[in-house]
Write a protein that binds this ligand. Structure first.
Ligand code: ZN
Length: 280
């Protein structure tokens, strides 16, 4: 298995019942992988101080930390797009061993020229990008999902992986106003339309947003993963905190995929082969 969405560093729970920070070092990540049969993990940094609930290791530190585990841990880096030097910095990081752009999580619109410039840098270098999409009430990370099409048109050769509540709630034709809507999926949403239209667009099922999008309607989830078996990648968002403890370690994403009783070939694509293609 490949976990396409992990971090190393400190995370904080949104729950008022859990105070303080939880810290996961590289050994903790490797321990989770060992326990849950994950052979490779994409380890993502974040633009500096972009997320008040996460203090993940910096771009430079990440490259140094995962270097002894090359092959097993695949580092993605993300400079702050607000810096005029972001694209140049990213090019240098790729020269130093970074294998993709992400997690791109900033309070800018998805087609903001500064975001697109960084996506274009990844496109030019032939590495994939991973973007967190979220629209209020708390944060507006890479918001304006209706503008994603615009960003994709400008980066036709970029392998772009999206996730987050601002993306996954659009699995339904009636997304409503909540970040994590419950109940059956209605018809087909923007998610279906964009995945069909853009060959270079992928989605990861990490964290609560991806888990909820599938778990809220298992009948729909089965059809969805069958149709988009070449576009969906397994990810957890380890070490972020979940209702059961910690994503990844809690096994929730894997249990859900397995519970859908999909053909073995589909499950292999989602759990491993699509990620391998993205990392080629
Ligand atoms: Zn993440």
């Amino acid at each position: 298995m490949v976990d396409f969405h992990t971090h190393i560093g400190e995370v904080k729970s949104f729950s008022p019942k859990l105070k303080g920070w939880v810290r996961a070092d590289v050994e903790d990540l490797l321990g989770y992988m060992e326990e849950r049969w994950v052979e490779r993990a994409v380890v993502l940094s974040l633009p500096p101080s972009s997320d008040p609930y996460a203090r993940v290791v910096s771009n430079r530190e990440l490259l140094k930390t995962v270097e002894p585990h090359a092959g097993k841990l695949v580092p993605f880096c993300c400079p702050n797009p607000l810096s005029g030097r972001a694209a140049a910095l990213f090019r240098r990081m790729v020269g130093d061993g970074c294998r993709g752009l992400g997690e791109l999580k900033v309070q800018l619109r998805i087609d903001d020229p500064r975001v697109v410039k960084l996506l274009k840098a990844a496109e030019g270098l032939g590495v994939p990008a991973l973007v967190h999409v979220e629209e209020g009430p708390l944060f507006n990370y890479c918001h304006g999902i209706d503008r994603l099409e615009e960003a994709l048109k400008q980066t036709p050769d970029l392998k772009l992986v999206v996730h987050g509540p601002g993306w996954w709630r659009h699995i339904s034709a009636e997304p409503g106003g909540e970040a994590y809507p419950k109940g059956p999926v209605v018809g087909e949403g923007l998610v279906h339309r964009l995945l069909r239209r853009f060959d270079n667009l992928y989605a990861d099922i990490s964290a609560f947003s991806g888990l909820n999008a599938l778990a809220r309607d298992l009948e729909h989830a089965r059809r969805f993963l069958e149709e988009f078996q070449d576009k969906v990648v397994f990810g957890t968002d380890f070490p972020c905190l979940s209702a059961e403890g910690q994503f990844g370690t809690d096994g929730a994403h894997l249990r859900l995929v397995e519970s859908l009783q999909l053909p073995g070939s589909t499950v292999r694509k989602v759990l491993r082969e699509n990620a391998e293609k993205l990392l080629e």
